[in-house]
Design a protein around this ligand. Structure first.
Ligand SMILES: NC(=O)c1ccc[n+]([C@@H]2O[C@H](COP(=O)([O-])OP(=O)(O)OC[C@H]3O[C@@H](n4cnc5c(N)ncnc54)[C@H](OP(=O)(O)O)[C@@H]3O)[C@@H](O)[C@H]2O)c1
Length: 313
């Protein structure tokens, strides 16, 4: 990294959610090591030992703050405080998330609400609060989605539903935000070696799964080995490195797999894995039609305030 790029990244802060453990902890440390001024928000100061260990090991400095992403007022205050303390907000990484693994008939509407609060409404509130600051800085949004946000995975109805919802919101926002100078991307990890909860009380689930039991047993047994087509488990650091690279990209795509196998899995469903071609088409809807009228819209290659002029390293 050149020193001028390093200097650029030192203006303003990068705010990450859910940094107490897993991908969030790895991302906080990776971005700090890459020169970001990182505000690492954790759900609770009582559950951040992984972050403390990782940051001590790497010898990086983090500004750790407590934030429950389901608390909209606290989220608004946190975003404003960070922007004021650091002069600007350069990027937001929405990482906090919860999982649930269950049979469809055991899941209650409350289970769906709980997951959507953390995985959808929290991130949407965060990004909405951050947008004015990101417009001012020409900043970035990166949300941690999931391959389960593109392909519905068995026994993860609420989780996949929430990740689909988040991705839909952000896919809708991305082309418009791009014209306002803010790049919006979703990083889609496959299985990652973290403590992301889900199965809970295995024995009880097995006992109560009724007609779903056989499929559930087979699925979990197969998943413990290898599921054909599904990428194998990767370390949280590998996902963090992808997030770092997305933030450093001059003109980031909308969607990123976190491994070649993850990209191949997404390509089973998506002809446009990166979302680039779709975003370009949709962006053309936001422009004046090319002359003469009635011919195909052409994409303005250099819209005003287009993100990418100041990569975040
Ligand atoms: N692990 C995977 O296989 C995988 C695959 C695809 C996508 N992802 C996504 O990656 C992201 C990070 O998950 P992870 O795998 O790193 O698991 P993780 O270690 O459990 O990390 C999730 C973090 O989110 C925090 N969190 C939960 N509820 C929160 C809330 N209301 N407010 C703020 N923070 C909250 C958790 O804090 P507490 O523990 O203190 O509640 C935890 O630190 C999630 O969005 C997840 O969906 C994970």
């Amino acid at each position: 990294m050149t020193s001028s790029r390093q200097d650029a990244s030192r203006r303003g802060a990068t705010l990450i959610t859910g940094c107490g453990s897993g991908i969030g902890a790895a991302t906080a440390v990776t971005l700090a090591a890459a020169g970001h001024r990182v505000v690492a928000s954790v759900h609770s100061f009582h559950r951040m030992s992984e972050l403390a260990e990782r940051s001590a090991e790497a010898g990086v400095e983090l500004d750790v703050r407590e934030l429950d992403v389901t608390d909209a007022a606290a989220t608004a205050a946190c975003v404003a405080d960070v922007a004021a303390a650091y002069g600007s907000l350069r990027a937001v990484v929405s990482n906090a998330g919860v999982n649930r693994f269950d049979t469809f008939e055991r899941e209650t509407p409350e289970d769906y609400r709980r997951l959507f609060e953390v995985n959808v409404f929290g991130p949407v509130a965060l990004i909405r609060q951050a947008m004015p600051f990101l417009r001012a800085s020409g900043g970035r949004v990166v949300a941690v989605g999931s391959i389960g946000g593109v392909v519905g995975l068995p026994f993860q109805h609420a989780y996949s539903g929430s990740k689909f919802a988040l991705e839909g919101v952000l896919e809708s926002l991305a082309p418009v935000a791009r014209r306002l100078g803010v790049a919006v991307s979703v990083v889609e990890p496959g299985p990652t070696a973290t403590g992301l909860g889900g199965i809970g009380d295995r024995e009880r689930l097995d006992a109560e799964s009724g007609p779903y039991r056989e499929a559930l047993r087979q699925y979990t047994a197969n998943a413990a080995r290898v599921l054909p087509g599904l990428p194998s488990r990767q370390p949280a650091d590998a996902v963090a490195a992808v997030i770092r690279d997305v933030l450093a990209a001059r003109d980031p795509d909308f969607r990123y797999a976190t491994s070649p196998a993850g990209a191949a899995f997404l390509a089973r469903k998506l002809p446009d894995v990166s979302g680039r071609a779709t975003a370009d088409l949709i962006e053309s809807w936001l422009e004046a039609p090319a002359e003469p009228r009635g011919t195909q819209f052409s994409r303005n290659a250099n819209p005003p305030n287009r993100p990418g002029s100041g990569p975040i390293t």
